[in-house]
Design a protein around this ligand. Structure first.
Ligand code: URP
Ligand code: ZN
Ligand code: ZN
Ligand code: ZN
Length: 467
């Protein structure tokens, strides 16, 4: 039996338009839009009506960078697919793309199967996978072709973390050449990990063990150098490139220069680089460990370049790199040695609100908010227009957003399975009220009404974002 829902009276915001419109949903998809209070809108009939007067009606967020249950530094990211996707829904995100991991000596298939097993039947919202390639060899390269065919169309490589995820330049070039052939997109963790490891060793030998030294050894110049090298390798391979978690002014400059040269080079930044800084890493009593991630938080001065990049489209996407570790028992593994602090910050629940605050603060426009958080990631990773917009035929992943409600971010009230908030005490204006995933209410007037297993694996086409 078909169910029809109509959302009446809200301001529908997409990456391209803002219009007071009623939205008709049928069988989990957007069936039609019509300007509110017109005969066309009045003709919409439905089993369920949602009154969105005074609210925004926006596409569900697409968070293209999460790590649920990631094994890292002898422990696991504390959100499971169940808790993490529920928290995503609370924050207005209805699609995540998580990273399946190939371990060295194992196949891509084994890694992907393991991640499917973790996610299957547990997710509150839809999900896709990127594949972390840690072991480039003839077999892996062939497997990349098969993964692209089954909707895992992007591959992350690491110029950092020698001995764990690291690939050398030859391995990177081979994977890029393959992706140039099969349509895959290489996502690069661009930091010179070999040089960083030398600086880590030297810092520890000097007795510099506090979290703030994590920021000092992982230098902006070494992010810029790796970004530049990745761009040149991609150019040689004739492949597009997406640089993840860009944090340094100098790295943005590398991307901007490449784009000015007409190269298909793209960049993502994350809320932590836009709102937090080395001041947080320097918090006393080991509290700085809460802010250890890689690339690291930078001095505040870098934030202006990131906002500017988001406005000029030198950066296209804001994802969270959600990779939570509890302070107690997990971040604490690095007391006395910053290099043993598991890397990552929680944030999947906070992204849409922080970026709405950025609209109010004058950094970006409302439509750019939707573009960088919904439409661009969907395009970049082959989900558009099924995800990332509100248009006839799209999945009815829709958020009713109250732009006036005020909130205070806190571990006391968030839904992520982690014992601290990176934004504790931060006041923001704007709040998710109701969330539909394929037409089904997952959050209803700030109550969780979803269920584990509603979210399904969503195969993706190849990158649709070629300029
Ligand atoms: O610190 C981070 N970013 N942890 C997650 C792994 C990665 O490099 O994205
Ligand atoms: Zn990374
Ligand atoms: Zn990551
Ligand atoms: Zn369901």
């Amino acid at each position: 039996m078909s169910t029809r829902t109509v959302i009446r009276g809200g301001l529908v915001i997409t990456a391209s338009d803002e219009i007071h419109a009623d939205v008709l949903i049928e069988d989990g998809r957007i069936a039609a839009l019509a300007a509110s209070n017109t005969p066309a809108a009045q003709a919409f009939t439905a089993d369920r009506t949602i009154d969105a007067t005074g609210k925004y009606v926006i596409p569900g967020g697409v968070d293209a960078h999460t790590h649920m249950e990631l094994p890292f530094g002898g422990t696991f990211a504390s959100d499971t697919f169940e808790t993490g996707t529920r928290a995503a829904a609370w924050g207005g995100t209805t699609t995540i793309i998580d990273f399946a991991v190939q371990s060295v000596g194992h196949s891509l298939r084994e890694g992907l199967d393991a991640w499917h097993a973790k996610a299957d039947g547990n997710c509150a919202v839809d999900y896709g996978f990127h594949m972390i390639v840690s072991d480039v060899n003839e077999h892996t390269l062939k497997e990349m072709d098969h993964l692209v065919e089954e909707g895992v169309t992007s591959f992350k490589q690491f110029m950092a973390y020698p001995g764990v995820f690291y690939s050398d330049d030859g391995q990177i070039l081979r994977a890029m050449q393959r992706s140039a052939d099969n349509g895959g997109l290489i996502m690069m963790h661009a930091e010179n990990g070999i040089a960083i490891d030398v600086l880590v060793e030297q810092a520890l030998a000097r007795g510099e063990t506090d979290p703030r030294y994590h920021g000092e050894v992982r230098k902006a110049l070494l992010e810029a150098e790796a970004t530049h090298r990745a761009i040149k390798l991609a150019q040689v391979a004739g492949a597009p490139l997406y640089v993840v978690h860009v944090s340094a002014t100098e790295a943005v400059a590398e991307l901007a220069r490449a784009r000015d040269d007409g190269l298909p080079v793209f960049g993502e930044t994350c809320p932590q680089y836009l709102f937090l800084s080395t001041d947080n890493l320097a918090e006393p009593d080991f509290e700085g460990a809460k802010y250890v991630c890689s690339t690291p938080l930078r001095p505040k001065e870098h934030q202006a370049a990131l906002w500017r990049g988001l406005r000029t489209n030198d950066l296209q996407v804001v994802s969270t790199d959600h990779c939570p570790f509890c302070f107690v028992g997990q971040k604490e593994l690095g007391r006395g040695d910053f290099s043993k602090i598991p890397n990552g910050l929680p944030g999947v629940e906070n992204r849409m609100d922080l970026l709405h605050q950025a609209v109010l603060d004058g950094h970006i426009s409302r439509r750019r908010w939707i573009e960088i958080a919904c439409a661009s990631p969907a395009r970049m990773f082959g989900l558009y227009p099924k995800k990332g917009t509100i248009a006839p035929g799209a999945d009815a992943d829709v958020v009713i957003y109250d732009p006036h409600a005020e909130q205070v971010m806190s571990a006391e009230t968030h839904h992520m399975n982690v014992d601290y908030s990176a934004y504790e005490g931060k006041r923001t204006t704007g709040r998710v009220e109701t969330v539909l995933s394929r037409g089904e209410p997952v959050i209803t007037e700030r109550e969780y009404t979803g269920h584990a297993g509603h979210g399904v694996f969503t195969p993706r086409s190849t990158c649709q974002y070629l300029n």
